[in-house]
Write a protein of this length. Structure first.
Length: 353
């Protein structure tokens, strides 16, 4: 039986030399290593062998099977390489055909507006200061002149964070505005020299969160950019001049602005600033609701209580603060009617910017 195995191997390998394509290779595989092949039929005759013959014959049969399978794989690889070379020789590649376009990513429209705002403020001397998103009630409300029972708290429904060991009157929450960064920044600057704190001019960008009903005009998360300037002899005229200059840099040198009285607990006096509608030129359109003006930010002189909480003596120091939303300015500039588009991850919307 050993001689028969040697004959099967030699005959199979000799037949494999003439195989030149996949169809012939499959036929060879069925004939020489398939279930009905002489080699596999020989395995069925092992029961007729004596106990002394079985180990040697079984070992040789397995060696023949492995050798034929390796030869089959090697021949298959050779056939594929030959077919590929033949295809490259006969087929022609038209190098004038246009290539497949690669889709390039881009900056989110909010990021574009945010960078533009921070770039302008940097040119005006405002240094970027980042603050935490999870804040305490003290920093988010109390130090900003929001007592626990203040009705203005109802303007900003909050997401509270579960935390152990916190006092009931000072829970953690997701910040509802970037204004807590004012207190942290003032305390950090004042800590360097408590008796003579240095002046401050910073911008505070970041994400804010409010527990609101999601509509086309309101979202539970949004970006905000805060501005803060603290020093000696800072007046409301400085605030107006700074923001008017910002509007001209942001919306064009011919942009007109106006200030309207408003109330914010952390500033006194407080105001909102409008810019003449840059879409209709002040004539009135659907975006400005026929008024010719667009409200872009809130501002005011820093309240004395806030200065005190930040470590600055209000008898010596004054300051102004303002806050604006990049999404709102992007909506106004591009006539976007639904704020939910910014967070919907719809590529059709994002590819327009």
């Amino acid at each position: 039986m050993l001689e028969k195995l040697n004959e099967i191997q030699a005959a199979a390998l000799e037949a494999l030399k003439s195989v030149a394509d996949d169809e012939a290779l499959q036929a060879w595989r069925v004939a020489h290593v398939g279930r009905s092949s002489p080699l596999m039929q020989l395995f069925k005759e092992f029961g007729k062998l004596s106990k002394e013959e079985r180990p040697a014959v079984g070992k040789r049969a397995n060696e023949v099977k492995v050798a034929l399978e390796e030869a089959l794989a090697e021949r298959g690889m050779m056939i594929k390489e030959t077919e590929l070379a033949h295809s490259l020789e006969e087929d022609h590649l038209d190098v004038t055909l246009p290539g497949r376009p690669l889709r390039h990513g881009g900056l989110h429209p909010t990021t574009q507006t945010l960078r533009r705002i921070l770039g302008i403020l940097a040119e005006m001397g405002f240094q970027v200061y980042t603050s935490r998103e999870v804040e305490s009630d003290a920093y988010n409300f109390q130090h900003l002149n929001f007592p626990p029972d203040h009705p203005a708290r109802e303007m900003q429904d909050s997401f509270y964070v579960e935390s152990e060991g916190r006092q009931e009157d000072d829970p953690l929450l997701m910040r509802t505005h970037t204004s807590p960064g004012q207190i942290r920044a003032m305390r950090e600057f004042a800590a360097a020299d408590p008796d003579n704190p240095p002046p401050i001019r910073i911008s505070l960008p970041g994400m804010c969160y409010r527990y609101e009903q999601i509509t086309s005009r309101s979202e539970i998360q949004f970006n905000q950019v805060e501005g803060l300037a603290v020093g000696e002899n800072i007046t409301f005229s400085d605030l107006k001049g700074t923001l008017s200059d910002f509007a001209r840099r942001m919306f064009g040198q011919d942009a007109r602005t106006r200030f309207r009285a408003q109330h914010f607990p952390f500033t006194e006096p407080s105001a909102e600033m409008d810019v003449e509608c840059f879409l209709c030129g002040g004539e009135g359109c659907s975006v400005c609701k026929k008024s010719g003006w667009l409200e872009i930010l809130g501002c005011g002189m820093v309240h004395p209580n806030v200065l005190t909480a930040g470590g600055y003596d209000p008898r010596r120091y004054t300051g102004f603060a303002f806050g604006m939303g990049p999404e709102r300015q992007a909506m106004l500039r591009h006539k976007i009617e639904d704020i939910r588009y910014f967070w919907g991850n719809d590529a059709r919307f994002l590819e327009q910017f």
